[in-house]
Design a protein around this ligand. Sequence first.
Ligand SMILES: [Zn+2]
Ligand SMILES: [Zn+2]
Length: 278
Amino acid sequence: MRKRIISLLIAACMVLTMVPVTASAQEGTESIVIGQSAGTPEKEELPVGASAPLECVCDTRCTEGAINSQCPVCSAEGVVLEEVCLGEPAPSTRWTYDPQAHTLTSDDHITLYNVTDDGSGNLTINGNREISLSTLDLTGGISDREGNRYVLTAIGYRAFQSSKLTSVVFPDTLTNIGGEAFQSSSLNSVNFPKSLRAIEMNAFGSCGLLTSVTIPSGVSLDSYIFTFCRNLSTVTVEEGVTSIPDGMFSNCGALKPSTGRKTIPSPKSEREPLREPL
Ligand SMILES: [Zn+2]
Ligand SMILES: [Zn+2]
């Protein structure tokens, strides 16, 4: 936060100093002096941000709360860490899978129940309706106590139905989101990974807090996926999506007909699904 304020101040200084400089060009030599003196403090800070000869030496991606003081680039004042830091993003929570208990437990003691594997290291999270978490990041690595690796490939039928989850981060191994998986949950937003291949019926139905979604291409879409999402007002469709299944957006009152027509491409064979938002 302090860094933000500092960079705002720098930005403000730059704007302020630029004004006299521009004016000076028209008025003559006198005001050029003003521009230069005002510009001096700015010049002291700029090379740091510009970092011409300096190189980032970070292994781990810096964040506002954890800045690598050894790095001349990232430890400089006023830099935008996401832009300058070359470190890898910090590993997210790691998960331990228990094949006997069918649980998935994170380093920070979140436990998901009814998790099953297919014998080839692919996991499915099944019903967790009692979950009280509001956010869930499923991107961390998964292994069991013997060190065998697993990946999460599916969210099963009703896995998080009626949960208090407001956000969930899917790993880029996820291929399937089961029927009613997040129905009537508190999700505010949802981002689908590139790996996703199928979303089943009513997976996000009645998510009253969902306001915008992007329909990914290359995904098999079932019917009524977003039905009764009453506050859904923005639907973006990725290039390559050729049809919107029946009722996918039925009873989504906030979806204006014009918006719907503009963002949803003409379907090829479906019978007038574009009328659904109406
Ligand atoms: Zn760095
Ligand atoms: Zn860094």
